[in-house]
Design a protein. Sequence first.
Length: 223
Amino acid sequence: MSNAGTPHWEALKWLLRYLIKSKNTGITFSKCSEGVKLIGYVDSNYANDRDSRRSTTSYVFTLCGACISWKSQLQNIVALSTTEAEYIATTEAFKEAIWLKGILTEIGFLKNNVSVFSDSQSSIQLCKNPVFHDRTKHIEVKHHFIRDIVNKGVINLEKLSSEENPADMVFCRYSLGPQRLLGDDESYGFRLPWVWSKGGYVIICGPNPLGPTQSHPDGKLFG
């Protein structure tokens, strides 16, 4: 960089601290009695971009319980409802699922069907019950390919609660307090350090210096 300044130096120090504190953090692959499973989780954040009012797509894919693929990206159109935003996000997740399934099937590693979980009942209904709706008739045709994928049984689309959706972590909603996902939980194949948060900002990211049940005087503990 030709014109490095204080922000760049602070970012470098943050990166080095992260590398030091995460040196013992790794990916955990679990043994599955029913065979290898590829599972996806999808979510969207409706109209969260204040300038363009576009929504954000996020998804996470796990293999044998380990996170192997994830994404967080603004959608390229402005969704008119939360249902549409979730539907577009599901389209992106299905594209990734088909790609991952093709690779794993080709090398003989995947034999079970792929499941994608969403916390939006309305988008699931729109996918499984393709009837005419005034509020969704404008959705572009390219997003409706997920109906064909579900009808053919290529990918299963299932419901789960927002509290259990790891794709929700991508939005960094610390105010929601996703305690079960932050900390030494290996449910999704990764271990995260303790996170102290105040006002939506992380003030400490690392081992809990006060013990697993103590609170920090300047913030809230997740973990």
